[in-house]
Design a binder for this molecule. Structure first.
Ligand code: KG4
Ligand code: ZN
Length: 335
């Protein structure tokens, strides 16, 4: 079955066709990231406007690239939560209109479930149960994926998301948005041991906290400025990246060891981070667990991951009616 996936929760307007939850037939992304970079982060109103302008052409192109028409599509899957609500609503309303007009089932997809499903696009053998770290601009969860549509959250951030921490620290260092790729690039020329950044204490064995780490970087930068000796950006980027990746990998691997997980995955924009991939890969090998990483092109927001999860939601009977609404927040195990 071909599923059309539509995604518009942040600054990517995306649509894709995926066959049987696994095979990407087409994948189209229009992003407002360059415009958002001018403001140092996502301006929700700009994101909504760009979605409204691009969504029709993006979906048309996903169908055209696949050589299909709506008659060939089995279901329309759309991200309905969580996300910037004005942005989410553009996708939801477009999907509703399209599914209604074409007489196709409408499938609601949770954004983080979509990120996890990005792994299915690359690894045909992967199936639940597995343990997954989902780290994006808005969320950092350690999740036991018990079944295609069943999740148990073991840990989460108690303050900033990992991606948000990358974005804020990048901004402090004068590096462009989005911060993750900027920090990773700057870190390549830096010494990860140059700055001694704190290891945050947090309640809960699998919870993480990044606001103290972020504040430590801000304080270092301010103190250096006051002394008239600017901070070494490459060294600070490398030190910060090393610290945050060590924390994420340690928590994920502790959860894997405790639960006896045989399979470990990464998901979300931060899963593109090379050092994090390396740390988790090495740790999984020591545990004797299989490790699956999403392809870099499917780590950030895209329509293919939504179509992939949409296929499994459809199989699970999770269909929406024409009253489907977008939601700014929603637990991953909402259903
Ligand atoms: O999943 P995503 O594309 O959108 C959300 O659902 O939020 O994640 C975006 C986040 C941003 O905060 C961005 O800085 C971060 O993912 N990111 C990275 C990297 N690439 C993107 N963080 C660390 N290293 C990267 N290479
Ligand atoms: Zn995302």
């Amino acid at each position: 079955m071909f599923v059309l996936g539509i995604e518009s929760t942040c600054d990517e307007t995306a649509a894709a066709i995926v066959e049987d939850g696994r095979k990407v037939i087409s994948n189209v992304i229009a992003t407002s990231v360059k415009e958002q970079a001018l403001y140092g982060g996502v301006v929700p109103e700009i994101a909504s406007r760009r979605h409204a302008e691009s969504i029709s052409a993006t979906v048309d192109k996903a169908l055209a690239d696949a050589g299909l028409t709506m008659a060939d599509v089995g279901a329309v899957a759309v991200t309905f939560a969580p996300g910037l609500i004005g942005a989410v609503l553009v996708g939801v309303n477009f999907a509703k209109g399209l599914a209604y007009a074409a007489g196709k089932p409408l499938v609601p997809v949770h954004h983080l479930r979509g990120h996890i499903a990005a792994n299915y696009l690359t690894h045909p053998a992967l199936r639940p149960p597995f343990l997954c770290l989902v780290a994006s601009g808005g969320h950092s969860h350690i999740v036991l994926v018990e079944d295609w549509c069943r999740y148990h959250v073991l840990g989460r951030t108690v303050d900033d998301a990992a991606g948000e921490a990358f974005d804020k620290v990048a901004r402090t260092l004068g590096l462009p948005y989005p911060g993750g790729p900027s920090i990773a690039a700057a870190a390549r020329g830096g010494d990860p041991k140059a700055y001694k950044l704190p290891v945050p204490h947090v309640e809960g064995r699998y919870n993480v906290s990044f606001s103290g780490l972020k504040t430590a970087v801000i304080n270092e930068v301010h103190n250096a400025e006051q002394r008239g000796e600017p901070v070494n950006v490459a060294d600070m980027a490398a030190s910060f990246q090393e610290r945050i990746d060590q924390i994420l990998a340690k928590k994920l691997l502790a959860a894997a060891a405790d639960t006896g997980a045989r399979t470990i995955c990464l998901a979300g924009g931060v899963a593109a981070n090379g050092r994090l991939r390396q740390l988790v890969n090495d740790g999984a090998q020591k545990l004797g667990a299989r490790i699956y990483l999403p392809e870099l092109k499917y780590c950030g927001d895209n329509g293919a991951m939504i179509a992939a999860q949409g296929y499994y939601e459809y199989q699970d009977g999770n269909l929406a009616d024409w009253t489907l609404n977008g939601l700014p927040t929603l637990a991953i195990n909402y259903r």
